[in-house]
Design a protein around this ligand. Structure first.
Ligand code: ARG
Length: 469
């Protein structure tokens, strides 16, 4: 038989064509064409596997591989070919093209395999590359923080908890806090890539493959580290997509926190940061305005990325085992989250580099005496006062200062000693901003040395990642 009544992948048992509206509804080529390079790679590996299994002879394999190359070539240069295709999905597109180029030989390649495993394999390959690409973007972002931290190593600022002045920290420490969060995202991206790095080919529609297919060889050829262990699980599993979306949602959430910090810092009340023109916009009405739109959009777009994670979770919830057409919904959510996040990370890296800080304002805020209250408790503890009592005593000092309506660090030594005789003349030295910063000299602390060490450790980590991507 060299004729088929139509070129659908499944028309034989149907009397009537699909309802037009439903047909448009069920097609996925508009978005899964993005998987074409992966589909073609899988096709090449499958053609060779079929040869080893004795299904395709040498000539047929050569012709098939040649046609696959032609498809790849034409798809690159002739977008109209893809745009005008009536293919149902990317798998159908390739089969149609193979038949176009090869005639009935094009119908042989789908021997022993199913779109259910193909789509899972293509998608895994996409996610693996996507996670690696996102990682490079996040590394650029981290470098922007490292540069800013090095440029502002010694600038003090008022550290906050609950948005209330808490203890002094260095601006470089604040910047490195964000860098560390993004460094954890690198690990999550790495794990997501590893989770995608398993090859389903040979799983068939759900039951496996009855031809002598060398699954390990196919996996190797496609650069996968492992093969899936259960064919039914292999066509059902979208955990790798969830893992990647989770990693993306984590990055977006970190960007959103950063954005909120910078939006606050750029407000007139804080004035810690000066918005760069390049990453700000103005008002159509109010001439004075310079708004932190880059950061607001980064904060806002986070919703889409976390939304994609929940969208896929919701699709998967309640599905029975095996392939279900619901699974086709996985791709648009992930593609759009990936694209969105890629541009978010890129814009954020530029905006972080362009950010300028108002060191005078930061220093003025860091001079707020309340930031040193904890230093006074530490001072008393070192003089032998139990911590809780020291806490109470410093509280009493602060109350006394409020009563005298002056900054508590300007109370007289007599006032200090009336509250606790453990206070001595050396208390003045302990209650200095520089001393407070210097005293936080643990690894991970805000002393200048600790921050320097943190910077060099993170730089080392990035360097070692560059050596083994
Ligand atoms: N377009 C489908 C998807 O994205 C491919 C698999 C179709 N399989 C099927 N049995 N209808 O999931």
């Amino acid at each position: 038989m060299t004729e088929r009544k139509d070129d659908r992948l499944w028309g034989g048992r149907f009397d009537r064509p699909p309802n037009e509206e439903f047909d448009a509804f069920q097609r996925s080529f508009a978005f899964d064409r993005r998987l074409l390079p992966y589909e073609l790679a899988v096709d090449r590996a499958w053609a060779r596997a079929l040869q080893r299994a004795g299904i395709l002879n040498e000539v047929e394999v050569r012709q098939t591989l040649g046609a696959l190359d032609k498809i790849a070539e034409r798809a690159k240069t002739d977008l109209a070919w893809l745009d005008s295709s009536a293919a149902e999905d990317v798998h159908h597109f390739v089969e149609k093209a193979l038949v176009e180029f090869l005639g009935p030989l094009g119908w042989k390649l789908h021997t022993g395999r199913s779109r259910n495993e193909l789509v899972a394999t293509d998608f895994r390959l996409f996610v693996r590359d996507a996670a690696t690409g996102t990682r490079s973007g996040v590394i650029v972002l981290i470098r922007a923080f490292l540069d800013q931290a090095k440029a502002h190593l010694k600038v003090p600022m008022a550290g906050m908890t609950h948005l209330q002045h808490a203890q002094p920290i260095l601006l470089s420490h604040f910047l490195m806090a964000h860098a560390e969060a993004f460094a954890r995202d690198l690990n999550r991206l790495h794990n997501a890539a590893a989770s995608a790095d398993v090859c389903p080919m040979g799983s068939g529609a759900l039951a496996g493959c009855s031809f002598a297919i060398d699954r390990e060889a196919i996996a190797r050829e496609l650069g996968f580290s492992r093969i899936t262990a259960n064919s039914l699980d292999a066509v059902s599993d979208r955990d790798f997509a969830l893992d990647y979306l989770f990693a993306l949602a984590g990055i977006a959430t970190h960007l959103s926190r950063l954005a909120e910090d910078f939006v606050l810092f750029a407000s007139q009340e804080f004035s810690y940061a000066i918005l760069p023109d390049e990453y700000s916009t103005g008002s159509s009405l109010m001439p004075q305005k310079k708004n932190p739109d880059a950061w607001e959009l980064l904060r806002g777009k986070t919703g889409r990325v976390t939304g994609a994670l929940f969208s896929l979770f919701t699709t998967l919830k309640g599905l029975p085992s095996s392939y279900q057409r619901d699974l086709q919904e996985d791709k648009e959510a992930l593609f759009s989250a990936h694209d969105q996040l890629a541009s978010m990370v890129h814009v954020a890296a530029g905006a972080v580099s362009a950010m300028r800080f108002n060191e005078g304002k930061l220093a003025a805020a860091s001079a707020n005496p309340v930031l040193l209250a904890t230093e006074a408790t530490d001072y008393l503890v070192k003089k032998g006062v139990p911590f809780r009592q020291a806490h109470d005593l410093v509280g009493n000092l602060l109350r006394e200062a409020e009563r005298q309506a002056k900054p508590w660090t300007q109370l007289s030594l007599e006032d200090f000693r009336r509250i606790s005789p453990a206070f001595d003349t050396d208390v003045a030295n302990a209650l200095q901003l520089a001393a407070a910063l210097q005293s936080k000299n643990v690894p991970g602390g805000t002393s200048e040395d600790s921050v320097r060490a943190a910077i060099s450790q993170l730089e080392q980590k990035l360097k070692s990642l560059e050596n083994k991507p």
